[in-house]
Design a protein around this ligand. Sequence first.
Ligand code: SF4
Length: 251
Amino acid sequence: MNQIRLSPSRITDFNNCPQLYKYRVVDQLPEQISIDAERGKLVHSVLEKLFDSPQGLRNLDLALSLIPTLWEIQKEEVPGLEALITSQKEWDDRVAALLATYFLLEEPNSFDAAHREMHVELNLSENIYVHGYVDRMDIAPTGEVRIVDYKTGKAPQPRWQGKALSQLKIYALVYWRNTGVIPRLLQLIYLGSSEVVRSAPTADDLIETEVGLFEVATSILSATQENSWPPHPSRLCDWCSFKSICPAFSS
Ligand code: SF4
């Protein structure tokens, strides 16, 4: 049997809409460029690069100065992106505003990032591989670990925050299983609404996450064997690249 590859993004896809998962993972269809995703990518790149400079120099001016070079690289990597930017000023202002919000939420001169864009992976079982990229991992001198993820959108309502944190719980589980250390803190930094969502995971939380991974892997395996990928229409359809071919919208 082929190994099932799980990542937080693909789990979210499957849970939101199995048909969307099929288009992305099974069929590997190309997608339209998402301006919001590309803006988020640029902000992530700047925040990653920010920590190359020593403490004391990490400020908004430095962050803004990093944009032009990183933006040029991104445009080269994504053909067609530049043509989608209808107002460069609007784009620049939005990116700058998101970065300005970052400095309201964290003081990056007070710590060093141990890892940035860190690939974490785990063979959960013989047939299940879990992986993902951690935006930033901080390790205190005392050894306590903090996993940080930047979001350029708005924070969810409190009742949905547990779901939002599930991505970081997967990373925490992978880190725990690989090192024996449970991260002390999970932190989602929402630059779109200037909020931080935090959670201190317990062993029970991460075991629950692990059980959830086995369950979603079983569901994906079953969908694969039965070739059954029901569409689940929702408000997400308005942003879906595959709406024009989706059976939920064919007349
Ligand atoms: S259009 Fe909606 S229902 Fe269809 S694949 Fe996309 S998200 Fe799923």
